[in-house]
Write a protein that binds this ligand. Structure first.
Ligand code: CTP
Length: 416
């Protein structure tokens, strides 16, 4: 959104881009990309793997880029810079891996850092854009697809691949995305960049568990993926993030994590932070009821079928809506019928500013999957339906709307 009207050159001008080139036939296209980025004013530092240098020489990149190409993690042993990966990672505004082979995708997903390029990827908090290129069979292999899904979940931006002519004359999916598309994606990432800088946000994720006895609980099917995506995108865009989560899943560094299990613990954690934040996104599926009494010992089958009496939990979002003093509140509505009607009703009832509603009866959206399709309702009356998109992409749309509400989009446009 924020990049909408910004000319490409203006956004790239003066920005530090690490152009990470891994080794495949498409490596030669990174040479042209390097030139395009430099022409647009970017400060480009090429980092080449050994395999990349089998296809294109480091000298070519050194001649075109803003700094000589970097190729060696251990250059310090030759009297060069002792730890180049941390300087590269820490000082970059953006890292672009073009082309990204199955090998670097796998290493990055697994956290392996055995050369300069892979170490730089682990040593950065800058946004990372990857443009995969490989043969169709490799691209479609379950291992590659799972690695791509992992990286997407962690906030890596994947551009392409496209369908077309491949090495050896084959035709199919796996061709490097067009350079104009890659440059456009880089510009968008940089323009949006840190539009949430200085904002303090609190995100809840996962489904709460309400104990019946020491081994059993009342729970729900929320995986926490949507909340994690919302938190990851906020952190990427510069917000200071507190994530209150029921899951043990790892997060990108730089967030404050509060792990909870029950609705009561989540209530306590959220309320204790509320005064200190600007935005709350309640992506968690909070149990509406909990067993009134929790058995201290495991309920035994031989004692007969237990009667479990439930009592209501705290409605965290409703409480936040009743006591907010300027904070932006984002709620989720998981519905199986009358989506718009129920969501609008919850928005009014809980004094929510932005409601993200989704139909959880669909198999490709809602609980447990990596994709979602949502209806966004704004308290000002705006209404927007998204197609089926990744949860990371939906998180981006949510933050675009919050940024608009807070006037941050205008701020970014002025800066460019
Ligand atoms: N929510 C909350 N506390 C609760 C229940 C829900 O803060 N005890 C929040 C959820 O995190 C979500 C929003 O309220 O952002 C709507 O949750 P949902 O379960 O869809 O709605 P409910 O209010 O529980 O209504 P119903 O169960 O009747 O659909």
């Amino acid at each position: 959104m924020s990049a909408d009207n910004a000319p490409v050159g203006a956004v790239l001008d003066g920005r530090r881009i690490v152009l990470a080139v891994s080794g495949g036939i498409a490596s030669y296209k990174a040479v042209e990309l390097c030139r395009l980025l430099v022409d647009a004013g970017a400060h480009v530092i090429p980092v080449l793997t050994d395999d990349a240098q089998r296809f294109v020489g480091a000298l070519t990149f050194s001649a075109l880029a803003s700094e000589p190409a970097c190729t060696n993690l251990f250059s310090g042993s030759d009297g060069g810079e002792p730890i180049p990966h941390t300087r590269l990672g820490q000082s970059a505004d953006l890292i672009m891996v073009v082309p990204a082979t199955a090998k670097i995708i796998g290493k990055y997903a697994a956290g392996i850092s055995d050369d300069l390029l892979s170490a730089t990827l682990l040593a950065t908090r800058a946004p990372v854009l990857m443009a995969p290129a490989m043969h169709t069979e490799m691209w479609e292999h379950a291992a590659v697809q799972e690695n791509i899904a992992t990286l997407c979940r962690r906030g890596v931006h994947i551009v392409g691949p496209e369908s077309g002519r491949l090495a050896g004359g084959d035709i199919g999916q796996g061709r490097l995305a067009g350079l104009d598309r890659i440059v456009e994606a880089a510009s968008e990432l940089l323009a949006r960049g840190r539009d949430l800088a200085g904002l303090r946000v609190l995100v809840t994720a996962g489904g709460t568990r309400e104990a019946i006895d020491p081994v059993r609980f009342v729970g729900n099917r929320s995986s926490g993926k949507m909340g994690y995506a919302v938190a990851a995108v906020a952190a990427q865009r510069g917000a200071s993030v507190t994530l209150v989560t029921t899951t043990a899943a790892a997060v990108t560094s730089g967030m404050q994590i509060i792990r909870v299990e029950t609705a009561q613990e989540m209530h306590q954690a959220v309320m204790s932070q509320f005064d200190a934040v600007d935005v709350v996104v309640m992506a968690a599926a909070v149990a509406d009821f909990r067993p009134k009494a929790v058995a201290f010992e495991k309920l035994k089958k031989n004692d007969g079928v237990p009667e479990i009496v439930l009592e209501p939990t705290e409605d965290i979002l409703a409480e936040l809506g009743a006591c907010k003093v300027g904070q932006v509140l984002v709620g989720f509505a998981a519905e199986t019928d009358n989506l718009a009607e129920h969501a609008a009703d919850k928005m009014l009832r809980k004094h929510v500013d932005l409601m993200v509603a989704n139909d959880v009866s669909a198999t490709d959206a809602g609980f447990e999957v990596d994709t979602n399709r949502a209806l966004l309702l704004d308290s000002s009356g705006a209404r927007e339906e998204t197609p089926l998109i990744t949860k990371m992409a939906l998180a981006g749309v949510i933050w675009d709307r919050v940024a608009e509400r807070l006037g941050r989009t205008e701020l970014i446009k002025e800066q460019h």
